[in-house]
Design a protein. Structure first.
Length: 508
């Protein structure tokens, strides 16, 4: 996940108080955007300078957002742009240098014998008008001789039955309790007591979800856009279950087209989604205006699913997906096993997610930002083996972010690459160490993404391109899942000095 920095910045600006006729930071930014779109450079700088004078110190971290804004690049060779950015960088450094580095740590403690869900078979009825879900979910649970399993379910759910072989099971569902899953803020803890047989059991859950109060990232229950997934726990989510398969049969109001993170087909009056590959999420999307386009290349099928995205942009996205896949395949000398890839264009909040064979990204048009998002998210086809809920996720996110940087270096103008590289360095400048950072803390983003990417870029600069990418090819081929294994392999390839260098960068 990435590309939500400006979205968060704009949210912060929108919340800024206004007194009398005073303008917010967002007002000046929007005015500058409009002037730029009209081709009025003088007015653009007028509003940018008002933003800088009145809010520059308050929003100093906007410096890196301005660096990578494609629309502003026409101004980069204007002396006024240099003066504006020099001031913003100064404000950023002054603000950072006054602040102590916050380092929320959380050591990895993994229960390797924790109960898991191996498969879901779900009957899902979506009533968009009433904003409700009716769900019958059969979960194949391996209790591994434990007394119970902990799950998370949408907090405004009414559970009718939880059964094993038609017998009711004991459970507790804390609808008023705080979610135990950091990523599912509107979830409620559901603890299920194991039946007498504590091995693999098929447990059936019958429940309804009222989604009136849905306010969760990458989630929606509106007439023009329905999106259900992990972050709202419409299905019983277990945090330790990251490799389950699934089949979801979807019924929905007339006039809606359905898609999702698996292979979706219309079967009579229902939509059937098969997800035969292992994963930890079940994304379901629907809209009256949902469209899709497909393209086959080198034995793979690429699909773009969208609503208010131009058809020509969908064609461009398909071509970009194919080009990025081919580029990374040549770069890392390994070939992802998947023969199917779906790219969902989300018409709502900013950001993106990457799952096996499925990428979702929020945008209105095909532009540089979208292409770089493809570069990052498709990098996860190679870098997705490490645990995602701990600091070890830098092996996924930092490596994907580096892959995106290298894609930009090889396919964009040199100046564009320099802007992204500087933004990465600036975002990492005051970031806490990667080692044992609490993955759930906001500070983790710059540590895992930007510091991780810079570590790899600087390593390439030190050892040389050929040796570095031979190393990356080995990491991909060995499917390295931990920092310890990475350091051992680095020592094997480069020697103890480079191992120590990498270790020091991770811990500093």
């Amino acid at each position: 996940m990435r590309h939500y920095r400006r979205f968060l910045l704009l949210l912060a600006m929108l919340s800024a108080a206004t007194f009398g006729m005073a303008q917010t930071a967002n007002d000046y930014w929007i005015a500058a955007d409009k002037a730029l779109a009209a081709g009025d450079a003088d007015s653009t700088f007028y509003y940018l300078n008002l933003f800088r004078e009145k809010f520059g110190r308050q929003y100093a971290y906007a410096y890196t957002t301005f660096l990578t804004e494609e629309d502003y690049r026409t101004l980069h060779y204007d002396a006024r742009w240099t003066a504006f950015m020099d001031s913003m960088r100064t404000y950023k450094h002054e603000t950072e240098d006054k602040r102590e580095i916050s380092y929320p740590k959380k050591a990895v403690v993994e229960d390797t014998n924790a109960p898991i869900v191996k498969r879901y078979d779900i009957q899902l009825n979506i009533d968009v008008e009433k904003k409700t879900l009716t769900v019958t979910a059969t979960a194949q649970i391996d209790f591994r001789d434990r007394e119970s399993i902990d799950l998370t379910l949408w907090k405004n759910s009414t559970i009718n039955h939880v059964r094993y072989k038609k017998k009711e099971l004991t459970y507790s569902f804390g609808t008023k309790a705080k979610s135990t899953n950091t990523y599912i803020q509107q979830g409620a803890p559901l603890r299920l007591t194991a039946p007498q047989k504590k091995g693999i059991c098929s447990i059936t859950f019958d429940y309804t979800c009222n989604l009136d109060s849905l306010d969760t990232w990458m989630s929606s229950m509106e007439k023009d856009w329905v999106q259900l997934g992990y972050y709202m726990a419409w299905f019983p989510v277990n945090s330790d279950s990251r490799d389950f398969t699934a089949n979801v049969s979807v019924s929905i109001n007339d006039g809606y087209t359905v898609s999702g993170s698996g292979i979706v087909e219309r079967m009579g009056d229902k939509w059937e989604m098969s997800q035969p590959w292992g994963g930890f999420d079940l994304q379901i999307v629907a809209s009256p205006s949902l469209k899709s386009k497909k393209m086959s290349s080198d034995g793979r099928t690429f699909e773009v699913v969208y609503t208010d995205f131009a058809d020509a942009d969908a064609d461009s996205a398909l071509v970009a997906c194919s080009e990025v896949l081919q580029f990374y395949t040549c770069l890392f000398k390994t070939n992802p096993s998947n023969d199917y890839m779906k790219f969902l264009v989300v018409p709502s909040r900013g950001g993106g997610i990457s799952r096996k064979n499925f990428i979702a990204y929020a945008t209105k048009r095909f532009n540089e930002d979208f292409k770089t998002a493809i570069g990052h998210e498709m990098g996860h086809l190679w870098w997705n083996k490490a645990p995602i809920f701990s600091w070890e996720d830098w092996l996924n996110e930092g490596f994907a972010e580096f892959s995106m940087l290298w894609y930009i270096k090889c396919h964009f103008d040199k100046h564009v690459f320099e802007c992204y590289l500087e933004a990465c360095r600036e975002n990492a400048r005051h970031a806490c160490p990667i080692y044992e950072v609490d993955r759930d803390a906001p500070e983790a983003y710059d540590a895992l993404y930007n510091k991780g990417a810079l570590l790899l870029y600087d390593l390439e600069q030190k050892v040389g391109e050929q040796r570095f990418f031979e190393f990356m090819q080995g990491v991909a081929e060995r499917e390295i899942t931990s920092t310890t294994l990475l350091l051992d392999y680095a020592e094997e390839v480069f020697g103890k000095e480079i191992r120590k260098l990498i270790e020091n960068r991770i811990k500093s």
